[in-house]
Design a protein around this ligand. Structure first.
Ligand code: ADP
Ligand code: AMP
Length: 216
């Protein structure tokens, strides 16, 4: 299964991707996670992308496309992959199409988690992430058993610096560049929409059903 997840920041892509990865044994490829890892490892890529992430604006296409191309060449994508947060522009979508042609692959489907904008602020500002394993929590909607501590690995939970202040509204504005991808994939018959305003379990049940059909 070769999948893309689409949706506004805070729609629930990462939360659902973690479950899909576990259940369907395909690698979860998040460009945001890759950029944050590069920043904390202080690599050259990290230095290039840091100011974009800090401000909440999109990293230039050529940088992002190169990162994803290299990642899709890794052997763990042989049986499928789940792209989360990529593509985010039409140019990235077209580059992905070309890359997949070169790799003799195609997309199985695009999961579009649809939520009204009104729910996003509370989701983003309450989001907490494990420093150690990357698991996602929410102070109200998905609280850990012990405050500030990851249920899965015991790691310390932190708040992303772009989940506070001005970066949040900038990120929601930047989504204007991503919104046209809904039509792009609908036109190609790939779009599968899920109502993201339900509980996390209900959203996953919807996704599970869609993926069952895709697998045939
Ligand atoms: P995205 O990857 O699309 O930016 P996340 O999966 O990180 O979004 O979810 C954003 C925040 O909202 C997280 O704190 C997560 O725990 C919470 N969340 C995700 N899905 C739901 C849901 N269906 N209902 C309530 N909160 C949710
Ligand atoms: P995310 O973790 O998906 O919310 O992404 C966090 C930040 O990483 C975004 O606000 C962008 O600055 C950057 N980013 C992630 N994916 C992309 C992408 N496909 N294109 C451009 N920038 C991206």
């Amino acid at each position: 299964m070769q999948l893309v997840m689409l949706g506004l920041p805070g729609a629930g892509k990462g939360t659902q991707a973690a479950r899909i990865q576990q259940e369907f044994a395909i690698p979860h490829i998040s460009t945001g996670d890759m950029f944050r890892a590069a920043i904390s490892a202080e690599t050259e890529l990290g230095a290039t992308v840091k100011s974009f992430l800090d401000r909440g604006i999109l990293v230039p296409d050529e940088v992002t496309i190169a990162v994803v191309k290299e990642r899709l060449n890794a052997s763990d994508t042989a049986n499928g992959f789940l792209l989360d947060g990529f593509p985010r522009t039409l140019q990235q979508a077209m580059a992905l199409d070309e890359t997949l042609i070169d790799l003799n692959k195609g997309l199985s489907g695009v999961l579009y988690i649809h939520v009204p904008e009104g729910v996003l602020l509370a989701r983003l500002t309450g989001r907490r992430i494990c420093k150690q394993c990357g698991a996602t929590f929410h102070v109200v909607f998905q609280p850990p058993q012990r405050e500030g501590v990851c249920d899965r690995c015991g790691g310390v939970l932190y708040q992303r610096s772009d989940d506070t202040g001005e970066a949040v509204s900038t990120r929601l504005e930047q989504y204007a560049q991503t919104a046209p991808l809904v039509e792009y994939y609908r036109d190609r018959g790939l779009l599968r929409q899920v109502d993201g305003e339900q509980s996390i379990d209900q959203v996953f049940a919807g996704i599970h059903e869609i993926l069952g059909h895709l697998q045939g």
